[in-house]
Design a protein around this ligand. Structure first.
Ligand code: SAH
Length: 349
């Protein structure tokens, strides 16, 4: 690591302040921001509307963080999974998915994760560190550059707990959404959380138009506790209350993710209980057949069980979809590629 300024992580306001600090005119900030986030150059010499002297000054003081692709897997369905190496040699994974409504990129928010969900591969080696804003942006920029495809949706559902890296997350959203940047609509950004209540309250106050997805995975606290250690810290009923407050404040429909695990949370009784819990909430339920992870004992439910679960929710007028299993042939579930790469290399990354 060096001590150069991470210029890609700066908001427009921070860049303006930085220009003034190094004795430059304010308006240079907008030009440089556009080079970084709209045209996405990787060196200061490409910034042709600023002087050679300023280019040199920036090169001495600042770094443009870039990620290095170390592995790419392509599924039969077109899903592409990337493993990127960061400057300190940690690796993160990101996924490109193509849908009828546009292309979506799923990115990581941390190296590893400390939440310990029992079904998830990302959490097996624990949390290494938070990602920086530039490393979150870098995953989108790099996939856009490599694939040459337009990206219209971002889902922050890769490795890590985004609300555990809150300030970076908010800055990332503002930069990726900015007109002088990629200009991705907030409505096309989804943030998925395991349910850190005080941060849900905070994000409700940010006045964002994003979609918040809650990894609920259970109809009550006792089942949730067996799947997600976070349920010991945040009571189920209080989490549901926080979700109701979020909807009230933001007027945005909330998504509940529910990974179905055979014999654990997939029975008709669970579906009925969940319907009661969600009654009256402006929401949508996304059922996910659990992706089997070698180190974990969970198995996915049968097709019939999944359909029966969906039917119960729909009978109670809760909009429900079953997530399409994209990229199941390429370890596309959260953390699985990074995990297998780490095992191959037989070292901690
Ligand atoms: N920490 C955040 C975001 C990362 S996980 C969160 O908890 O929401 C993204 C989603 O994938 C979550 O809903 C998570 O519960 C789910 N997930 C992780 N591993 C999975 C697996 N093996 N099978 C199915 N869903 C999984």
């Amino acid at each position: 690591m060096n001590d150069k300024v991470d210029i890609l992580s700066m908001s427009m306001d921070e860049l303006i302040e930085f220009m003034e600090k190094i004795g430059e005119k304010k308006f240079r900030a907008k030009q440089i921001y556009e080079w970084l986030h709209e045209k996405r150059v990787s060196s200061f010499t490409e910034m042709t509307n600023i002087s050679k002297a300023l280019q040199d000054k920036l090169a001495v003081n600042c770094d443009i963080v870039t990620l290095r692709e170390v592995k790419k897997l392509e599924s039969k369905d077109g899903t592409r999974k990337y493993l990127f190496e960061l400057n300190d040699h940690h690796v993160v994974e990101s996924v490109f998915m193509s849908y009828k409504h546009g292309n979506s990129v799923c990115i990581s928010s941390q190296v590893g994760c400390r939440m310990g969900c029992k079904f998830c591969a990302s959490t097996i080696g624990g949390l290494k560190r938070n990602l920086t804003v530039s490393e979150m942006l870098g995953q989108v920029y790099e996939i856009n550059r490599i694939s040459g495809q337009r990206i219209s949706n971002i889902v922050i559902m890769g490795t890590g707990e985004p609300l555990d890296n809150y300030d970076v997350l908010i800055k990332f959203i503002k930069i990726i959404n900015s007109e002088e940047g990629m200009n991705i609509s907030q409505r096309n950004i989804t943030v998925s959380t395991c349910g850190i209540i005080e941060k849900i309250n905070d994000i409700a106050d940010e006045n964002l138009k994003i979609t918040l997805a809650i990894s609920l995975h259970a109809p009550n606290n006792s089942i949730r506790k067996t799947m997600m250690p976070i349920a010991n810290a945040y009571d189920y009923d209080l989490l549901i209350e926080a979700c109701k407050d979020y909807v009230k404040k933001t007027k945005r429909r909330i998504t509940f993710e529910y990974s179905l695990v055979k014999g654990v949370n997939d029975g008709i009784e669970c579906a009925k209980e969940l319907s009661k819990v969600l009654k009256g909430i402006l929401c949508h339920v996304n059922l996910i057949p659990v992706n089997q992870v070698e180190e974990r004992s969970y198995r996915h439910s049968s097709k019939d069980t999944i359909l029966a679960f969906k039917n119960v929710l729909e009978k109670h007028k809760i909009p429900t979809t079953i997530r399409r299993e994209l990229g199941s042939d390429i370890d596309a579930a959260c953390g699985q590629l990074r995990r297998s790469y780490t095992k191959d290399k037989n070292k901690e990354v």
